[in-house]
Design a binder for this molecule. Structure first.
Ligand code: PXP
Length: 260
């Protein structure tokens, strides 16, 4: 079954819109876990535009599943991660002017800078993940840098402008998952995934975890966060069960053919 990491940044975005103390992303993490989240994800941005240091500290103390910190390789943020020691750190590119993370990290270009960061985090027992595009050169560079895992950027698929591009992007993700495994890496996925578009990506064998934020938080406005997470978990589990049933049917027909 694919695990679900729920990104709670946008609960803090609502709080920051009024610079007040509600809604609290720490409460959101509890609700998400009660709905079945396998992991709580947050991004501690250099400008602290949503999640702040207080949130990060409380999340570390209260999250009962797994805590995944998205972060840039900025020295101050790396120091914060080393102090906090979440179970997993996902290295992402970060630009001040962006609305959300745009594209994957260029590990090929920044490998000299990323290698020592990965080493420091791993020394503290933190699992390291690189948010990258499903490009074999990036995957090889991430493995060479010492990352334990990849998070494949799924927005090439979710933002595809045509059916052909969508299918190409799915095929590229499939190749990315295989290349990740070939290089001994755990493979996660995320960005732009919604209730409507997650099915075909969840049907790719080999993803171990998806990180989903905006769509779940948006749905939670209407049904509550616990229920919104439950719905996404159900979707992921259903896709996995359908896949298993298809594989079993395939095996049945193959065995049947061999007997004839
Ligand atoms: N994965 C990474 C690395 C991200 O930066 C984000 C956005 O914060 C997500 C997943 C979640 O993306 P979305 O909000 O589109 O579900």
């Amino acid at each position: 079954m694919i695990k679900l990491g729920v990104n709670i940044d946008h609960v803090a975005t609502v709080r920051q819109a009024r610079q007040t103390d509600e809604p609290d992303p720490v409460w959101a993490a509890v609700e998400a876990e009660l709905g079945g989240a396998d992991c709580i994800t947050f991004h501690l941005r250099e400008d602290r535009r949503h999640i702040n240091d207080r949130d990060a500290e409380l999340l570390k103390r209260t999250v009962a599943t797994k805590l995944n910190m998205e972060m840039s390789a900025n020295a101050g943020i790396v120091r914060a991660a080393l102090r906090l020691k979440p179970q997993q750190c996902t290295l992402v590119p970060e630009k001040r002017e962006e609305l959300t993370t745009e594209g994957g990290l260029d590990v090929v270009r920044h490998r000299r800078r990323l290698g020592p960061v990965v080493k420091k985090l791993k020394r503290e027992g933190i699992t390291t993940s690189a948010f990258i595009e499903p490009d074999v050169r990036q995957i090889v560079a991430a493995a060479e840098c010492g990352f334990d895992a990849l998070e494949l950027w799924t927005a090439g698929y979710t933002d595809a402008a045509s059916e052909q591009r969508r299918l190409e992007a799915l095929a590229q993700l499939e190749r990315g998952v295989d290349a990740g495994h070939d290089h001994g890496l755990i493979v996660h996925g995320g960005h732009g995934l919604t209730y409507r578009n997650v099915g075909p990506v969840a049907a790719i064998i080999g993803f171990s975890e998806f990180n989903i934020g905006h769509s779940i938080i948006a749905r939670s406005v209407f049904v509550g966060l616990r229920e919104a997470v439950r719905e996404m978990k159900r979707l992921l589990d259903t896709t996995a069960m359908q896949h298993l049933a298809l594989l079993e049917a395939d095996e049945f027909w193959q065995a049947d053919g061999e007997e004839d």
